[in-house]
Design a protein. Structure first.
Length: 108
């Protein structure tokens, strides 16, 4: 009389199985500590805080901070620049590209 006993291994949240929470498996709930909701600080416009009205197209160092590695203009939601300054920034980047201060695209 041999009885077979099947032992079921406990499921871990990082096992790849759906956790039912709507978030990917293995990620902590709410960010880095896993405690509650993750609070992201609101980004403030760099140009508004420094009271810069016009964005100079000749200032290549300033403009390079708003252009990605591949040559794309970084969107507002990532940089934290306000709408009016994002428009001025875009125009300045395009002017700098046209007079060859900034590249249009990155090299391979």
């Amino acid at each position: 009389m041999s009885e077979e006993v099947q032992v079921k291994a406990p499921e871990s949240p990082a096992s790849g199985a759906p956790s039912g929470g709507g978030r990917p498996a293995g990620r902590p709930a709410g960010g880095p500590g896993g405690r509650g909701k993750f609070f992201r600080r609101k980004k403030v416009c760099k140009f508004c805080t420094e009271k810069i009205d016009s964005v100079p197209y000749r200032d290549v160092r300033l403009l390079q901070g708003f252009v990605a590695e591949r040559g794309k203009i970084v969107p507002r939601r990532l940089t934290g620049v306000c709408t009016t300054h994002q428009r001025k920034l875009t125009r300045a980047i395009k002017q700098a590209r046209n007079i060859a201060l900034l590249p249009f695209a990155a090299r391979h």
